[in-house]
Design a protein around this ligand. Sequence first.
Ligand SMILES: Cc1cc2nc3c(=O)[nH]c(=O)nc-3n(C[C@H](O)[C@H](O)[C@H](O)COP(=O)(O)OP(=O)(O)OC[C@H]3O[C@@H](n4cnc5c(N)ncnc54)[C@H](O)[C@@H]3O)c2cc1C
Length: 289
Amino acid sequence: MERYDIAVIGTGPGGLEAAITAKVRNKSVLVLGSKGSSEKVSKAHEVLNYLGLPNIKGDKMAEAFLDHAKQMGVEITEDRVNAVYSMGKYFAIQGHSGNYEASSVILAVGMTAMKPLPGETELLGRAVSYCATCDAALYKGRQAIIVAYSKEDEEEAEFLAERADKVYYLPQYEYDGNLKDNIEVTKGVKPVSVELEEGKAILNTDGEKFVADGVFILRAQIAPSQLVPGLALDGNHVAVERNMATNIKGLFACGDITGTPYQYIKAAGEGNVAALSAVSYLNELKKSE
Ligand SMILES: Cc1cc2nc3c(=O)[nH]c(=O)nc-3n(C[C@H](O)[C@H](O)[C@H](O)COP(=O)(O)OP(=O)(O)OC[C@H]3O[C@@H](n4cnc5c(N)ncnc54)[C@H](O)[C@@H]3O)c2cc1C
């Protein structure tokens, strides 16, 4: 497997600036996220305070960011990262579509307003998972529950249902799909908590209770402490030094995830600092080998 110098997770202003800076410093960069940048950029109505791009609509700003990245040779790998593990001198990154390795990682995944469900964090890796395609093989002849937040999750449900006997699919978005026969869709129920009882996963909702062998929660964003085991937080944000270093050696963070103010230029500026710090870290790592 190719080991990149730097993996950047997230394609908002923080992640794209980090990737551009890493390219300027001649590092091999893996950028994981959405090819269309962040919806917090593309869906903004009008932006007045980004240096050099006055009175710009969000979709035009996203276009400008992506064009700049492309010109610098930054390629985006469309994937949603599920977990990042520090292996000492490198990181193993698990995505929905593949596994990756990098010597350093920059987390630029933005902030999510969603809180984990009661029981979710405690049962992660046992009754709860964030990636149906990653764990599908474990569900041969078994039953699973999927809490889905976007239409793209239907593909994951279909994949899981090829292995599993039965999948309960609970869309949290406007669902108009037509899924396989062994996928039972229940619309309009909200998940409330997860429990494990006598080896069975129970999803309590504001309606009925669902029981299966496991629950998949397919949010677009995962809380940082769940994304990276052992990551130190400061309240809801990732704790960072001035150089954007986290408590995990070789792992840096930038943008909204490190705290307020939530602003494009702050995210981009921190992306620049995080990439330069990752370059210094790589130099040190090389010297120590
Ligand atoms: C409607 C709106 C208007 C705004 N207007 C302004 C404004 O006028 N001026 C201003 O300065 N700021 C504004 N902001 C704030 C600004 O959007 C944020 O501060 C900025 O986008 C933060 O950038 P970021 O790179 O940290 O994160 P984000 O832009 O949130 O990007 C993070 C990216 O990472 C992706 N991601 C998350 N988890 C994963 C994962 N596990 N794997 C792969 N990818 C992942 C997300 O999908 C997203 O694409 C506005 C925000 C909103 C919502």
